[in-house]
Design a protein around this ligand. Structure first.
Ligand SMILES: Nc1ncnc2c1ncn2[C@@H]1O[C@H](COP(=O)(O)OP(=O)(O)OP(=O)(O)O)[C@@H](O)[C@H]1O
Ligand SMILES: [Mg+2]
Length: 264
């Protein structure tokens, strides 16, 4: 199995879903075989991948409650990656799993049964440290944390890092922090600069060099059910997600740097 990466931050609206969809598409652009898992009852990663969350017959909820296997639920998308869709039904798992045995291992156990190879499996988490997010972290090799560089950005980070530490000690020793990704970045804003400097000072190499700028095309793309690379490949948002994918691939030595270009 390839590398499993949770995209998580319990703070809402920081760019988790935007990053999940566009990183999936950008890694696919570089030739990787990608599976995107929507573990958020909001179903935004599903809709943003061009799959109607209200029309699916099976979702991640059925997987977590052991009513279906992952391969029953996987759908092909037009976005060059495969998707395990999620929708409001996931609230059933969120509530019911709490009383069950080995509740935090449900996703992890299902993933080990997956009979297909992917280079990366990305998991879009809900804005909460609930049982869905815990399932994602227990199943993952790493967690990628999108952060908006504003005053409260660091507040939630402490809680998330403590949860990661607990999971590393109790359930999943291989879990590491993949990195911190600055999203909706506006370099002209002093506060953005200050928070960004603070992040770099505290977390050093864990902070991705690539920043994702605030870009209206990124906000428009989901309403067309498309990743930015298919909606407007010449936008600043598309260039940024190609750059973060390239930075990640280089970090994992999956491709030679010369193969990584922002064009085409
Ligand atoms: N770089 C960006 N530039 C402009 N708009 C953005 C950018 N990234 C995200 N957005 C917009 O900001 C909003 C929140 O982004 P997104 O849904 O990705 O965050 P989230 O962390 O997944 O939210 P939630 O916590 O609700 O799941 C969305 O409307 C999205 O289109
Ligand atoms: Mg989201």
């Amino acid at each position: 199995m390839g590398r499993i990466i949770s995209i998580a931050n319990q703070k809402g609206g920081v760019g988790k879903t935007t990053t999940s969809i566009n990183l999936a598409a950008a890694l696919a652009h570089y030739g990787c075989h990608i599976l995107l898992i929507d573990l958020d009852p909001q179903g935004n990663a599903t809709m943003g991948s061009g799959v109607n969350k209200n029309e699916i017959t099976l979702s991640m909820n059925d997987v977590l409650l052991a009513r279906a296997s992952l391969s029953d639920v996987i759908v092909k998308t037009e976005c060059h990656y495969e998707l395990l869709p999620g929708n409001a039904d996931l609230t059933e798992s969120e509530i019911n799993l709490v009383q069950q045995e080995r509740k935090e291992f449900r996703l992890s156990e299902q993933l080990t049964l997956l009979n297909k190879e992917y280079d990366y499996i990305l998991i879009d988490c809900p804005p909460s440290l609930n049982m869905l997010t815990v399932n994602a972290l227990v199943a993952s090799d790493s967690v990628l944390i999108p952060l908006q560089c504003e005053y409260y950005a660091l507040e939630g980070l402490t809680g998330l890092l403590a949860t990661v530490r607990d999971i590393t000690q109790m359930s999943n020793t291989r879990l590491v922090v993949e990195g911190l990704l600055r999203t909706m970045y506006d370099g002209r804003n002093c506060l953005t600069q200050q928070v960004s400097d603070q992040l770099l000072m505290h977390f050093k190499d864990l902070v991705y060099k690539t920043v994702i700028p605030r870009n209206v095309r990124l906000a428009e793309a989901p309403s067309h059910g498309l990743p930015i690379l298919l909606y407007d490949k010449h936008s600043a948002g598309a260039a940024a997600y190609l750059a973060i994918a390239a930075e990640m691939l280089q970090k994992h030595k999956k491709v030679q740097p010369t193969k990584v270009t922002a064009e085409g």
